[in-house]
Design a protein around this ligand. Structure first.
Ligand SMILES: C=CC1=C(C)c2cc3[nH]c(cc4nc(cc5[nH]c(cc1n2)c(C)c5CCC(=O)O)C(CCC(=O)O)=C4C)c(C)c3C=C
Ligand SMILES: [Fe+2]
Length: 531
């Protein structure tokens, strides 16, 4: 497979394992899902997902009896402190083999068989540069992704030169940010710890699965995780993006990559899998978010006067309005569900949602976080509690953008007290519920959910990679057909040479722009914005 990835440093990783027989007695919730799976807001209601016969239950799979039993929910007592294990202590039980994440502890057999099946969970995440030298190649990988910079098909040949150009321009500013949070992204460390906690939680629920981490733009790359999955002989795979809400630019991009890897590999073509595309509506996520907010509100003198300020990572507006990205709808529903949960606890604070971290010249989802902070200050709001909602780990945009830039802006704008809810990390309600989501999806591994009625009624929205992407692609606006030039001479070879000539011309123009400081990109205000 052709790889766009720039990869200067070597990977390191780890693994673990499990056994399971698909359960026969899981009772699906009685919801009728009429829309493509990428639109859970339209499909799902906020109640009904987590209750069974009025009692709060969870699916418990006993690998000995091969049955699912409904048992009262319990918690595992995993703390944030436990989660942030040092590199050394992790390495003790995380042998650096392949791309796997989770540990091999004493009680974990190296093979995880049930019948003939070996079950794996693949956590998908974005990845982040681990050192300052990684920043530019990491940015290249990000901007080389057609789901991040969406060029019309005719101009796809410009994707890599453009990615190179933008990544070089943006690297100095990004490096400053990563330098200020300790010289690199904490994402890998936190995602590894989440994978390990998920593995433990699955084991505690009698589902001894192996858990793998596949990052989209940095180590351990998805390709590395897949290689490890093949080496381990996994036969059934649950794919779980670590983004609560679906976006074309995040989960969608990772799934598209997986699809291309699956298509080209004989082993993977035959491996049964299912995908949990988004899970913001699950009780564990909602409860865990509400718990964190409730706790943080108590640090204010008058908690009831605090404005709860949900800040989500933005996406370009066109993703939602033209490409059918369900991200905004899912984000708004997430906020509604969390506020409903807080109301049940008699917390009825004012709240708002805004979008942060925009990049480039195009319009992004509004309102923008920075503008909203200023407006709130002008309106006389004095206490603000920022809640990062689109991502479950601390990363540059919480540690630098929110904690430093937005805090400073808020204090300048008249806000007197600023607070911030931590990212979920390894919060145990959250991890335990992710484990439940995996368990609930297991009966549908290989069932190819979208076309399968039973799977449509499952407790988590499920689908195969291919079907999910087909649902997403059907929402994409058709690109205009290629322009037909003269009949004569429009051969494959002419097309290739035309493409090359155009690429050279664009590179020349870019070069002239950078050296002279003048040109279209400057006129349109694009170039300075990438700095
Ligand atoms: C739900 C989360 C995210 C969405 C949606 C998203 C879309 C998106 N991001 C960019 C551009 C950049 N993202 C960068 C880093 C980054 N982004 C997310 C999350 C989402 N991105 C994370 C978790 C990270 C990694 C942070 C870390 O700690 O390493 C970066 C690099 C950092 C920087 O230079 O600011 C860029 C650039 C676009 C264009 C986009 C939607 C199209
Ligand atoms: Fe991003």
């Amino acid at each position: 497979m052709k790889s766009l990835i720039q990869n200067p440093s070597s990977p390191s990783s780890s693994s673990s394992s499990y056994m399971f027989t698909p359960p026969s007695c899981l009772i699906p919730a009685t919801r009728n899902l009429k829309f493509p799976l990428l639109f859970p807001r339209a499909m799902l209601t906020s109640q009904s997902l987590y209750r069974c016969s009025g009692v709060h239950m969870e699916a418990h799979i006993n690998s000995n009896s091969s049955k699912i039993c409904m048992v009262p929910r319990y918690s595992l007592g995993c703390s944030e402190a436990q989660c942030f294990v040092s590199k050394q202590s992790r390495n003790k039980y995380l042998p650096p083999v392949g791309a796997l994440v989770t540990s091999k502890t004493e009680d974990v057999p190296s093979t995880a068989l049930v019948g003939d099946d070996k079950i794996g969970v693949l956590l998908l995440n974005l990845g982040g540069p681990e050192t300052l030298d990684d920043v530019q190649p990491f940015l290249f990988n990000l901007f080389a992704d057609p789901d991040i910079i969406r060029l019309p098909r005719l101009f796809r040949f410009l994707q890599n030169p453009l990615a190179q150009f933008i990544s070089v321009l943006r690297a100095p500013k990004s490096k400053e940010g990563y330098a200020s949070i300790g010289g690199g992204s904490p994402l890998r460390r936190i995602t590894d710890a989440q994978a390990e906690e998920l593995r433990k939680s699955l084991w505690a629920k009698d589902v001894p699965a192996k858990v793998y981490v596949g990052m989209r733009y940095w180590h351990p790359f998805t390709e590395e995780a897949i290689e490890q999955i093949k080496r381990d002989g996994i036969s059934k795979l649950v794919v779980l993006p670590l983004y609560p809400q679906f976006s074309i630019s995040t989960s969608g991009s990772s799934l598209r990559l997986l699809e291309s890897i699956f298509r080209e590999d004989e082993y993977l073509v035959n491996m049964q899998h299912t995908v949990i595309p988004s899970w913001y509506q699950r009780e564990g996520y909602i409860m865990a978010m509400a718990n964190l907010i409730e706790k943080e509100l108590k640090t204010f003198g008058s908690p009831e006067e605090v404005m709860i300020f949900f800040s989500a990572h933005g996406v370009p507006l066109a993703y939602v309005e033209e490409a059918g990205d369900p991200y905004k709808a899912e984000m708004e529903e997430s906020v509604d569900l969390i506020m409903e949960e807080l109301e049940k606890r008699n917390i009825t604070n004012a709240y708002t949602l805004a979008y942060q971290s925009r990049v480039g010249p195009v319009e992004w989802l509004k309102p923008y976080t920075d503008e909203t902070i200023v407006e709130l200050g002008q309106k006389g709001v004095k206490n603000l509690l920022a809640v990062p909602i689109s991502f479950v780990s601390e990363h540059i945009e919480t540690l630098e953008e929110i904690d430093v830039e937005y805090k400073e802006l808020a204090l300048k704008s008249g806000i007197e007290k600023w607070g911030r809810v931590p990212a979920l990390g390894c919060e145990h309600t959250f991890i335990s519920d992710l484990a439940d989501a995996v368990i609930e999806s297991l009966p549908y591994v290989g069932a190819m959910a979208v076309s399968n009625l039973e799977a449509r009624q499952s407790l988590v929205p499920l689908g195969s990679v291919e079907e999910l992407l087909a649902a997403y692609d059907s929402q994409r606006r058709e690109l205009p057909p290629p322009v037909t030039m003269w009949e004569w001479g429009w051969t494959k070879s002419a097309e290739t040479w035309n493409g090359r000539a155009a690429m050279l011309a664009v590179l020349l123009l870019l070069f002239l722009e950078v050296t002279t400081g003048e040109g279209f990109l400057h006129q349109w205000g694009i170039l300075p914005l990438f700095r």
